[in-house]
Design a binder for this molecule. Structure first.
Ligand code: NI
Ligand code: MN
Length: 225
């Protein structure tokens, strides 16, 4: 599994010969200005919630690539009305896709569309594939529900928001790592706006002091699981 960081909470994941984009917010992110969204490959677009910093480039990418949107019922409906194909899910549900199994998990956050309309309840995703199991938390607080994840899935990587203010911050993320029983963390949702700028060295130190690894990729850099 190859995971490329596209800035903010945007990821590109290559697994089992398929390309998955997560929460594309690229054209509106000054830090990601070197990424051309017309160059991104996508068979699926996973969307955690309806906030603009997670859906901005969905329509452009989906219409160009024909990618299928996977998200909660309300978000899939919204993009369905724009002529984009989708697969609706809701919390706790799992579906077998051709690249692996996807579960839509709880997140504590909000989920309105940019115009204020209802975007369903926010979530995250667990991907179980032949190339490893990952948890993409989405925008969320630390939540006890995270403890349910390792009861069903042995994770190889947890992707957690670490920017604080709108989501959990570093200290909470180390607890989240304990809750999901995974010591390898890819941080996301930091630095994009003033509210979520963080000290990278300090963040890594906090994780290291708890015998955990915090990976912070440069934008457009990747890791292989
Ligand atoms: Ni959000
Ligand atoms: Mn966000």
């Amino acid at each position: 599994m190859k995971i490329t960081y596209l800035g903010h909470a945007s990821l590109s994941i290559e697994v089992a010969g398929k390309n998955i984009i997560v929460d594309p917010f690229i054209s509106g992110n000054e830090l990601a200005k070197n990424i051309d969204i017309t160059s991104l490959k996508a068979d699926y677009i996973l969307i955690t919630h309806a906030h603009e910093d997670h859906i901005l480039d969905v329509e452009a990418i989906a219409k160009r690539t024909g990618a299928k949107v996977v998200s909660n019922f309300e978000i899939v409906n919204h993009f369905g009305n724009l002529g984009i194909e989708g697969h609706p899910m809701n919390h706790g549900g799992t579906w077998q896709f051709d690249f692996g199994k996807v579960t839509y998990t709880n997140a504590i956050h909000s989920s309105s569309f940019p115009d204020g309309s209802y975007g369903g309840q926010p979530g995250g995703f667990i991907l179980e594939t032949s190339e490893g199991n990952i948890y993409i938390a989405g925008d969320t607080s630390l939540t006890m529900d995270m403890k349910l994840i390792p009861m069903q899935t042995k994770l190889n990587l947890a992707i957690l928001p670490i920017g604080d203010n709108f989501t959990m911050g570093i200290e909470s993320a180390t607890l989240a790592a304990d809750f999901v029983e995974c010591d390898k963390i890819l941080g996301y949702h930091y630095d994009t706006f003033g509210y979520i700028e963080i000290d990278h060295n300090k963040a890594k130190e906090v994780f290291k002091n708890k015998d955990k690894e915090l990976i912070m990729l440069d934008i457009n850099d990747f890791m292989v699981l």
